[in-house]
Write a protein that binds this ligand. Structure first.
Ligand code: UDP
Ligand code: MG
Length: 331
């Protein structure tokens, strides 16, 4: 391997981050420099429609370690992380948010844990969740509780701020699924994992892009990719309903034999409602998994790269305002 390969890859997903990006990347670069390892700074512009890409084009002149990748549209943070990891060449990769909510000052400590203590995965864990709307805190707590119950893995306070050894990244890249859930899959991979802790700072600029809808979608993805328990619960519900039906049916027959038929009208209505309810919930759960399977079977790429930019190509083609297309293999 060439001696000038960067030893560390920093991966920064960025969506509508034009306002704070320059400051964030400078801070992240400073932190990376203090590790005294050579590094590359891979920023994935996840289809931003504000000035994020323009900011990256400017920054390419200033930050020699910068590699900017622009996705063809917004594919979501999970896909952006995949795009970054696919192009990282470092012996260790660090995934970090673009809004400084993941403190870059932890980078040297994470690197040290990896380098001197030999950990394969160093995870940054939230000590407090920072300022979050109440509904969000309430939802995330509920989500992690049920996820822990369903999948047997406690991801509460886990974040996507992680250092992964090359071996872990290589295994990660073997995952075939289209819809990934970074936090969960890294836990699933195993290896030797350790943790560092941080307080979530308030966002520096811009605003969080998560809405109730995108968060719920991530929650459904997390559960369906790790557990088939909801599907099994459908069968359990079915058995329970059948037992109930047997008891009520026996009672109805007894009443009929004793010549006291007809008062069971309430029961009939109740049964209709209960069974109808169970059926619809069950169909919904099956549908959710079916949709997941349909998505995976299509095996579409996780993301599409529109263009890429490095400090070098920015120099070569400054007037174009758009870097020369770089074939993916070399980045
Ligand atoms: N992000 C992304 N694609 C998206 C949404 C977010 O790449 O569709 C990036 C975003 O730029 C940031 C990180 O993912 O670097 C975390 O996003 P955000 O700060 O909005 O989420 P929160 O901090 O509330 O979890
Ligand atoms: Mg954030």
């Amino acid at each position: 391997m060439a001696g000038d390969m960067p030893r560390l890859s920093l991966i920064v997903p960025a969506f509508q981050e034009a306002d704070g990006l320059a400051a964030s990347l400078r801070t992240i670069r400073e932190a990376a420099r203090s590790t005294e390892l050579s590094f590359q700074l891979i920023v994935v512009d996840d289809g931003s429609t504000d000035g994020t890409w323009a900011a990256l084009q400017t920054l390419a002149g200033e930050i020699a370690e910068l590699i900017a990748i622009r996705l063809s549209r917004n594919f979501g943070k999970e896909a952006a992380i995949c795009a970054g990891l696919d192009r990282a060449v470092g012996e260790a990769c660090i995934v970090i948010d673009a809004d400084l909510q993941h403190p870059p000052r932890l980078i040297p400590e994470m690197v040290q844990r990896w380098q001197s203590e030999g950990w394969d995965v160093v995870e940054a864990v939230k000590l407090s969740r920072g300022r979050e709307p109440k509904w969000q805190r309430w939802m995330t707590r509920g989500f992690y509780r049920s996820a822990a119950w369903l999948t047997g893995d406690n991801l509460q306070d886990a974040s996507d701020f992680k250092l992964l050894d090359r071996r872990v990244v290589d295994e990660w890249r073997r995952f075939g699924e289209r819809a990934t859930f970074f936090r969960g899959l890294v836990a699933w991979l195993g290896f030797r994992r350790t943790q560092v802790f941080f307080e979530v700072a308030p966002r520096q600029a811009g605003r969080s892009r998560w809405s109730m809808g995108t968060l719920s979608a991530l929650a459904v993805r997390a559960v369906t990719s790790f557990s088939a328990l909801p599907l099994q619960m459908v069968s359990l519900l079915g058995v329970a309903t059948l037992l109930l039906a047997a008891v009520l049916g026996a009672q109805a027959i007894r009443l009929w034999v004793e010549g006291e038929a007809l008062p069971g009208f309430t029961t009939v209505i109740l049964l209709q409602l209960i069974i109808g309810g169970f059926l619809m919930v069950s169909l919904g759960i099956i549908g959710t998994y079916l949709a997941r399977i349909y998505d995976e079977v299509k095996a579409r790429p996780r993301y599409i790269v529109r263009e890429a930019l490095t400090a070098r190509t920015a120099e070569r083609a400054p007037a174009l305002g758009r870097a020369a297309e770089i074939d993916e293999g070399r980045l």
